[in-house]
Design a protein around this ligand. Structure first.
Ligand code: PHE
Length: 333
């Protein structure tokens, strides 16, 4: 029977194993290291098991050395495992709740929204209340009910966007807020005092004073005994509240099929008169169509251009600035 040589473990081997610990990162790597250095088939275990085959005089010292080596390897393993675990926990918590807070950037209202609100507030303080109507309209509300028949030149002045796929009852983007007059009078009886702000659309070439989408505010009052003087009074009062006492406004005759007489109002500016609205006395035929007796009831209506008013208010020369979405421009309001 042959007796195998005892397995020996050197101090250098133990040091090398301890140094290798520093390179281990994953659980699998840690596991393999433990099996190789502390497992049943590791050189340490084999050396411990073969101690008895060593010469008697070496056994005590060798036993002491192996037990110390075992302690060092076990401690080294535990320390490395704990260090990796702590690192992973730190990586999971990138949020330092003790940091001071940072303010969120504040948004603001668009200059047209601000101006529309100021227009609405001026009329609200004169007793008008706000209504709204659809942006997609029929030819009846946008044109016919307002006395603009198909062959009327006013239809050409309002180059209209038509919607596709509605040939029998054509649908269009309203070219003005005046359809709200009809929609409201159809359902209500005088006295009426309403304003209808909203977007309107015209297929126009754009330039410094024209956009294909503009914001209007329709004004409508119907009552017994209203005259052109009431219309002028309301619009003067509006201009005073909007622009202050020192701006001059100018009334001139104008033509709109749904009013009689019709006027146009412009406001003085360093660059001359700027037209901001059309207005007039509601046409008697429309009152009759709505079921009101024009011998008893009269009314006035106006359509204000909110972008033009905003240009005057803020001294803006080009209407296109409003819809370019340039934050350097928008941040100034
Ligand atoms: N709807 C007209 C336009 O857009 C303005 C207007 C409204 C004129 C009410 C008279 C009365 O040009």
């Amino acid at each position: 029977m042959s007796v195998s040589e005892p397995v020996l473990l050197s101090a250098a081997e133990v040091e090398a194993a301890l140094e290798a610990l520093a390179d281990l990162v994953t659980d699998a790597e840690l596991g393999r290291w433990r099996t190789a250095n502390l497992g049943r088939k590791s050189r340490l275990s084999l050396a411990l098991r073969s101690l008895g085959r060593r010469p008697v005089e070496e056994r005590a010292a060798a036993g002491r050395f192996l037990n110390q080596a075992k302690g060092k390897l076990e401690r080294g393993f535990r320390d490395r495992r704990a260090a990796l675990k702590a690192e992973r926990t730190r990586a999971l918590r990138p949020l330092d709740v003790s940091l001071p807070g940072r303010p969120l950037p504040r948004g603001g209202l668009h200059p047209i929204t601000l101006t529309e609100r100021a227009v609405v507030a001026a009329f609200a303080s004169m007793g008008f209340h706000v209504i709204e109507g659809p942006e997609v309209e029929t030819e009846y509300y946008n044109f016919e009910a307002l006395r603009i028949p198909a062959d009327h030149p006013a239809r050409e002045a309002m180059d209209t966007f038509y919607l596709e796929g509605a040939e029998e009852t054509p649908l269009l983007l309203r070219t003005h807020t005046s359809p709200n007059q009809i929609r409201f009078m159809e359902r209500q009886t005088p006295p009426i005092r309403v304003i209808a702000p909203g977007r309107t659309y015209r297929n126009e070439a754009t330039d410094a004073t024209h956009e294909w989408m503009i914001t209007q505010t329709e004004v409508l009052a119907v009552d017994e005994g209203l005259t052109l003087a009431h219309l002028k009074g309301a619009l003067y009062e509006f201009a005073r509240r909007m622009f202050g006492e020192d701006r001059t406004i100018r009334f001139r005759c104008d033509y709109f099929p749904f009013v009689e007489p019709g006027v146009e109002v412009a406001v003085s500016s360093p660059r001359g008169w700027i037209e901001i609205l059309g207005a007039g006395m509601v046409h008697p035929e429309i009152l009759r169509n709505m079921g009101y007796d024009p011998e008893i009831y009269t009314g006035f209506a106006a359509g204000l251009g909110v972008e033009r008013i905003a240009m005057l208010r803020y001294g803006i020369r080009d209407i296109r600035r409003f819809y370019e979405n340039d934050l350097r421009f928008l941040r100034q309001f």
